[in-house]
Design a protein around this ligand. Structure first.
Ligand SMILES: C[S@@+](CC[C@H](N)C(=O)[O-])C[C@H]1O[C@@H](n2cnc3c(N)ncnc32)[C@H](O)[C@@H]1O
Length: 175
């Protein structure tokens, strides 16, 4: 009897874990963290200033948010829809004592207005970038920057590209 209950509970937990991972993959991108060696290059390109507010659309384990807060003294909010990376990000932020500066919200970023952010960063797929073509120009406030790892927005021409060597991933900055 008890074994049966545990099996159902386990099945339920696995369903939630894999279901939310699958939802994230279908909605905008699977959970594939950006390379650690590229974090500083991406954040440098964004030209962050202390006190600014950074959004990460699909923040995974929170690595960009944490680095941005620690190195540049910004406030950072990440949105994540898959349960496992969301919980890992929450744990890392708590263990590092960054709860006041960095927040991770279990939310679908397509439903989030981007106007409060000074800088929006993302690492998503080409199909998500296509959808962002409308959201970014219509929601970003004047003076805000948008930085995308690997994939670009084709409709916006005012971009700076960082690709120090042919082996490096491109990073795009839009102002
Ligand atoms: C390629 S990963 C990038 C993770 C992180 N930004 C990084 O650079 O390491 C994309 C993340 O977006 C999340 N995601 C996909 N669709 C989402 C949505 N609609 N709302 C919030 N998060 C989403 C996925 O679960 C995944 O963790």
């Amino acid at each position: 009897m008890l074994n049966g209950i545990y099996s159902i509970l386990l099945l339920f937990v696995l369903l939630i874990i894999f279901g939310t991972l699958a939802y994230g993959a279908l909605s905008a991108a699977p959970w594939v963290p950006l390379r650690k060696k590229d974090i500083k290059r991406l954040l440098d390109l964004a030209n962050l200033k202390p006190g600014e507010l950074v959004y990460d659309l699909g923040c995974g384990d929170g690595r960009l948010l944490i680095a941005a807060a620690k190195i540049y003294g910004v406030r950072a909010i990440g949105f994540e829809i898959a349960l496992v990376p969301y919980l890992i990000a929450k744990l890392k932020i708590s263990l590092l004592g960054l709860n006041k500066q960095v927040k991770v919200l279990y939310k679908d970023f397509w439903q989030i207005p981007l106007a409060p952010a000074d800088v929006v960063v993302c690492f998503l797929t080409p199909y998500a970038m296509k959808k962002l073509e409308k959201k970014i120009p219509s929601e970003l406030k004047h003076g805000a920057r948008f930085v995308s790892y690997v994939f670009q927005l084709h409709s916006m021409s005012n971009k700076i590209i960082s690709k120090p060597s042919p082996n490096d991933a491109p990073i795009y900055l839009y102002t």
